[in-house]
Design a protein around this ligand. Sequence first.
Ligand code: FAD
Length: 474
Amino acid sequence: MTTTQARHDALGEATLGELAQALRGELVRPEDPSYDEARSIWNAAHDKKPALIVRCRGVADVLRGVEFARSEGLSLAVRGGGHSIPGFSTCDGGLVLDLSPMNGVRVDPNRRRLVAQAGCLWQDVDAEAQAFGLALTGGLVSTTGIAGFTLGGGISWLVRRCGLTCDNLIGADVVTGDGQYLHASEDEHPDLFWALRGGGGNFGVVTSFEFRAHEVGPTVFAGIVFYRGEEAAQVLQGFREAAAGAPDELSLAINLTTAPPLPFLPEEVHGKPIVAVLGVWSGRAEDGDVATRPFRGLAPVVTDLFGPMPYAAMQTLLDPLYPRGMWNYFRSAFFADLGDATADALVSAYSRAPNAVSELHIHHLGGAMGRIPADATAFGTRDREYILNVVARTPGADGFDGVVEWARSTCAALGPDAASYVNFTGEASQDRVRASYPPATYARLVAVKDRYDPTNLFRLNQNIAPSAASARQS
Ligand SMILES: Cc1cc2nc3c(=O)[nH]c(=O)nc-3n(C[C@H](O)[C@H](O)[C@H](O)COP(=O)(O)OP(=O)(O)OC[C@H]3O[C@@H](n4cnc5c(N)ncnc54)[C@H](O)[C@@H]3O)c2cc1C
């Protein structure tokens, strides 16, 4: 008998029946036909078997699920969009609180506010906001959940104009481990509100988010320009120079990758190294050609797909490239500039890319994100112009250890102490969590954790251990 089955059976039919009766949503158990689909997450490297999955339809279900996990001593995994790279939104033998049925969105176009339930994906929010010519600073892949994304920070195509997603959070409703239902904002529980903006899922279950929205589109000037892989060094150098004068309305990224066999790329480059520079100009669409031009001639161009397009189309453009079901590991490092040493390290790592689907994403930051004081939110690394996200993938288990090693060594080459970003981190080791926060931010996060989750019920995350747990470990 598996641990999962044993844990499930130990709960007893009567207890489980009572829980199922009390829920508005569904209780999924290992014997149910929907169990395998319900337990799966985006990253197939984490094939776990929870004892129970509670599909929440509202706050009442969240309260019941949290209380059940606490009273029965079950591990508790909280799931929004299920895109956690380290697999935190599932667990073996515990309870998964799946918020995906909670996907309502309400837009207030006059006040440019948007309230979204925590099970929303970016495609839900983008569709509702764009109906009013508004947008949040939301994910580059529309199937990503807003919850984990926002709580960890949120880097988007509007990051330089509008800041991180968490910078646009106005308030959140939260169920804490002891069953309280709180509203966190600048005026209510401000310590919790500070921690929710970068501190991840450590403090409770967020049931809904209120955001500030921005006027964007519906037409923006956006797209991708491709250069041959052998031009990578020249592209990085040119990008550095062009980026120095880039306006805030322009958010770009560089992807050092392998050309997929897509019709808009000439056949002779298919399967060969290719450099993509991609992003969004969200100022007046008619100014986009001029604003993006410095980045569209960094080397001989293979294909230039920049042009006016619906913001909504750009938000789904990359979806087919990042499907569910592959084995994934991400590793990240912030860095100050694209100087020669950094560019050399990136080009060298690129030349050692272990397969066609493992790639280096370099996001240009700064702008509005960089002007927010580092202590204003728990997302404390704001003084670096760039972040590297190493996306290491394999179709299955074969070769996965090798790509993980490549990702680790690539980041180590940028400096062993480089700060990292919790949402772009494929593991949960204490040194990675600490590397994600300046020391003063980390200490403040521990204080908030002590106040709102002293028993560490919410520990399946980039965990901020409460003082009591740290004391026990030492
Ligand atoms: C294909 C892909 C594209 C991505 N693109 C970007 C990008 O453009 N920019 C960027 O910044 N990041 C990006 N990421 C990283 C992404 O921000 C994180 O993976 C994030 O955790 C995903 O959120 P989720 O709700 O989908 O994940 P989940 O797996 O559902 O949740 C992740 C973790 O967040 C916490 N959590 C989730 N919901 C709640 C809740 N309601 N209350 C409290 N805690 C909760 C839990 O700790 C949970 O384990 C991307 C990831 C993927 C896989």
